[in-house]
Ligand binder design. Structure first.
Ligand SMILES: [Zn+2]
Length: 113
């Protein structure tokens, strides 16, 4: 078996794993996801997580009260403390999103010029 080679997406030059610049087109070779891609995916999922957290804290008790006749306080009586579980949901979302972006690009390389 020969050493693994990768083909540049710009100029189709072949290079070995781990190089930082393409010798064909002098583009920058990026392995895996960039910090920016991970951060953007993380931010998006953090918002999704926070929205889900808010639904869980405010939407769910309201639904239960409305349809099941329960009398759960919105935010389960935590007051300003509801920000904590919502924040945790957001944080989980951030790590989930950025980890997903990393997974998506793992073992792949792209050339930027
Ligand atoms: Zn190239």
């Amino acid at each position: 078996m020969s050493a693994e080679t990768y083909t540049c997406g710009h100029c189709h030059f072949e290079f070995n794993k781990g190089v930082t610049a393409c010798q064909g087109c002098l583009g920058t070779v990026i392995w895996g996801a960039t910090q920016q891609e991970m951060h953007q995916a993380g931010q998006f999922m953090a918002i999704v997580g926070a929205v889900l957290g808010a639904l869980l804290m405010f939407g769910l008790p309201e639904l239960l009260n409305k349809y099941l006749g329960t009398s759960i306080t919105l935010g389960y009586g935590l007051g300003f403390g509801t920000i904590i579980p919502i924040g945790i949901m957001g944080l989980i979302g951030y790590f989930w999103g950025s980890n997903n972006a990393a997974k998506e690009h793992r073992g792949k390389c792209r050339t930027f010029r």
